[in-house]
Design a protein around this ligand. Structure first.
Ligand code: ATP
Ligand code: MG
Length: 157
């Protein structure tokens, strides 16, 4: 398991981390985002999507449509599990199609549907450490992310 801890002072730090993730993560990666209300999950998704060539103004939490597809240089799928009732409800959305696809799949509130997630994935846990400061813990589960994590380490200094 590959693990990286990254502290940011403010939103621009989150944006920079998202940009680095968007550049480093290989096609087909599922990213599980965990953190309390307002931790910055959607803000991070915006930065990741932007690095993939998506206009970030199009990236909002998929509140009514639970899955959004963005078409940048590569497809980005944005899923928000906040409003799903349970795992069965989530499975109804057909998430495996996205997990098995070639795009980047980003799942907010992933801890609510953990059993439905692919075992090979990248987890991002966000802790609110102050009004604008955040601690990110990035965990690469499964093989195939070594290069991405090294690239990320180099990018973040
Ligand atoms: N370091 C930071 N990183 C990200 N957002 C920050 C940071 N500091 C302050 N903020 C603010 O916190 C809020 C984060 O909102 P965001 O929608 O990204 O959270 P979220 O985790 O997706 O919440 P929800 O659980 O409601 O989906 C924004 O209003 C943003 O401006
Ligand atoms: Mg959100």
């Amino acid at each position: 398991m590959n693990r990286l801890i990254h502290d940011v002072a403010d939103e621009s730090g989150t944006a920079a981390l998202g940009a680095a993730l968007g550049r480093a993560l290989p096609n087909g990666t599922t990213v599980a985002l965990c953190g309390t209300l307002g931790a910055g999950k959607t803000r991070l998704v915006q930065a990741i999507a932007e690095a993939c060539g998506v206009d970030r103004r199009n990236v909002v939490s998929p509140t009514f449509v639970l899955i959004q597809e963005y078409h940048g240089r590569r497809p980005v799928y944005h899923i928000d599990a906040y409003r799903v009732r349970d795992e069965d409800d989530f499975e109804q959305l057909g998430p495996d199609e996205y997990f098995e696809g070639d795009g980047l799949t980003l799942v907010e509130w992933a801890d609510r549907v953990e059993v439905c997630l692919p075992p090979d994935r990248v987890e991002v846990h966000i802790d609110v450490t102050g009004p604008t400061s955040r601690r990110f813990e990035i965990l690469a589960l499964g093989a195939g992310y070594d290069d991405a994590i090294e690239q990320l380490r180099a990018a973040l200094g």
